[in-house]
Design a binder for this molecule. Structure first.
Ligand SMILES: Cc1cc2nc3c(=O)[nH]c(=O)nc-3n(C[C@H](O)[C@H](O)[C@H](O)COP(=O)(O)OP(=O)(O)OC[C@H]3O[C@@H](n4cnc5c(N)ncnc54)[C@H](O)[C@@H]3O)c2cc1C
Length: 477
């Protein structure tokens, strides 16, 4: 007798839930490449030419570029936990040229600046890769490009339209039919694909963080870890950055705390924390790799509004993330939000829907991380204390590459320089503010439901999403 569909589906869900529960609640990248040792906390009173608050990609790229520009400068990075503790070692490792969370988002907000932003993004990616070579930072870089896939009929036309726009803007893109897409990567869910061979590399984010931190230390930058900055006091010509154990006085301060939006309270108006969930599989066997193909090893994402992103690691595991972007009331952040098992089980189900030939493959790790997002999905820039303090935050889900550029802009601003970068509208004008709590949470949860509804309705946005779009506001991961 054939089992009833209900029986099949619940036993499959149970099996998947069981597999997810077997995974370690830990970040694969940082377990695989731990930092060589912890650095001292900030104790006592110090001075510096520049203080950088936050030791993720933005803080570390800022330290590197600042010390290379002025080798004599004294620079102090102050990190609340350990370098890379935030999004920077928890991400998918898609290191893309785009500074604008993709071409379409850039065109919708800054159509007249798009060519400049596009060029700056390409230059930034090239410079980032050349910095890694020059400083011998092994971030397990694979220059693979990316592939977008359509898994629903409405996405096929959308992808074709996108390919036309990409070509109009001078970039190479190959539009594939279902058979051609499945030849690149074999999933029965694929209806079409678009391969963009340039403009993206896959990196190991923890190796990148560890390498950057070691490089700046070797160049004379001081890093204090386990030192949460609580306040910045303004004493006229210097700002005093305080932690519970000590302080650093400096004429310039760059805040690179992204989703945390600390210690400058104004950042929270523009940047909110969204938790994005990730699974890492066990390494695939040769037979499993043969069953899916993926010879080009490109990073993949699907074309839904609530999208998944996935890629291979050096040892042929699959990192699978996205879809569920969770906001918690009151800008909730902390380890309690990192192990939301329901989200992990949901995306594990999607994994096996995508690759049924891998049924039974186990997951080794599961984790989540805080994405700092703005209503334009791109970095925002701000200042306080007569521009002696500058902040940069909010790359949404595309900050691995863009954070190097964001750091560069932040340094220009804090040094009072007027450059092509600082004159951009994207830099000068802030995104719309998110409403404060208690309105923020219900509005975001309502918007999330509308996004899910749009996906279920052939991608068509309802009145609420259309209204937000008209105001240039969005919610994404
Ligand atoms: C799950 C996930 C997947 C992602 N995938 C991708 C991807 O594939 N490609 C991509 O381009 N982007 C991706 N992103 C986004 C990308 O990781 C981030 O945009 C980028 O890492 C931001 O770097 P950052 O240094 O600005 O912030 P963070 O790395 O978050 O660093 C901020 C640091 O500030 C510290 N801090 C906070 N408060 C204080 C304080 N008061 N005092 C001192 N220090 C403080 C934190 O501990 C943290 O280390 C992803 C993000 C997540 C969470």
């Amino acid at each position: 007798m054939r089992p009833s569909p209900g029986f099949v589906s619940s036993s499959r869900t149970d099996a998947i839930a069981h597999q997810v529960r077997q995974a370690r609640s830990a970040v694969y990248w940082s377990e695989n490449t731990p930092a060589p040792g912890s650095r001292p906390s900030l104790i006592g009173d110090h001075t510096a030419d520049l203080v950088i608050i936050g030791g993720g990609f933005t803080g570390l790229w800022a330290a590197l570029q600042a010390i290379e520009e002025h080798p004599g400068r004294t620079i102090h990075v102050i990190e609340a936990e350990t370098a890379g503790h935030g999004a920077s070692s928890r991400n998918g490792g898609f290191c893309e040229a785009s500074l604008t969370h993709g071409l379409l988002n850039g065109l919708s907000h800054w159509p007249d600046e798009n060519a400049i932003l596009d060029r700056m993004g390409q230059d930034n990616l090239e410079a980032l890769l050349s910095d890694l070579d020059r400083h011998r930072i092994d971030a397990a870089v694979e220059v693979t490009g990316t592939m977008s896939v359509a898994t629903k009929p409405w996405q096929v036309d959308d992808l074709a339209e996108y390919a036309g726009i990409v070509r109009e803007h001078g970039h190479h893109i190959n539009l594939l039919n279902a058979t051609e897409t499945r030849r690149e990567l074999n999933s029965p869910t694929y209806l079409a694909g678009a391969v963009e061979p340039g403009g993206a590399a896959m990196v190991d984010p923890a190796k990148l963080v560890v390498g950057l931190a070691q490089t700046v230390l070797d160049l004379g930058v001081v890093i204090s870890e386990r030192s949460r900055v609580t306040t910045v006091d303004d004493a006229g010509t210097v700002l005093t950055v305080r932690t519970s154990g000590g302080s650093v006085a400096a004429p310039r301060v760059l805040v690179a705390t992204n989703a945390w939006a600390e210690p400058e309270p104004k950042i929270r108006r523009y940047v909110i924390p969204i938790y994005d969930h990730v699974l890492m599989t066990q390494p695939l066997s040769a037979a499993q790799m043969a069953a899916i193909g993926w010879q080009a090893r490109c990073g993949v994402s699907d074309w839904a509004n609530q999208f998944h992103y996935y890629r291979l690691t050096e040892d042929d595991r699959i990192l699978w993330g996205g879809f569920d972007a969770n906001y918690y009331r009151g800008n909730g952040m902390g380890p309690q939000y990192e192990q939301r098992i329901d989200s992990h089980i949901t995306i594990a189900g999607h994994f096996f829907d995508t690759f049924p030939q891998l049924e039974g493959l186990g997951f080794s790790h599961r984790w989540a991380g805080p994405i700092g997002t703005t209503s334009k999905f791109t970095a925002a820039f701000g200042h306080a204390h007569r521009r002696r303090l500058v902040w940069v935050a909010g790359y949404t889900g595309l900050g691995v590459g863009a954070s190097r550029w964001g750091a560069r802009v932040g340094l220009d601003l804090v040094d009072g320089k007027s450059t092509e970068r600082t004159e951009l509208k994207m830099v000068r004008r802030k995104p719309l503010r998110f409403p404060p709590e208690p309105i923020r949470n219900p509005l975001i949860q309502f918007t999330r439901r509308q996004i899910a509804r749009a996906d279920a309705n052939h991608g068509a946005p309802g009145p609420w999403l259309r209204l937000l779009e008209a105001f240039g506001v969005g919610f994404d991961s």
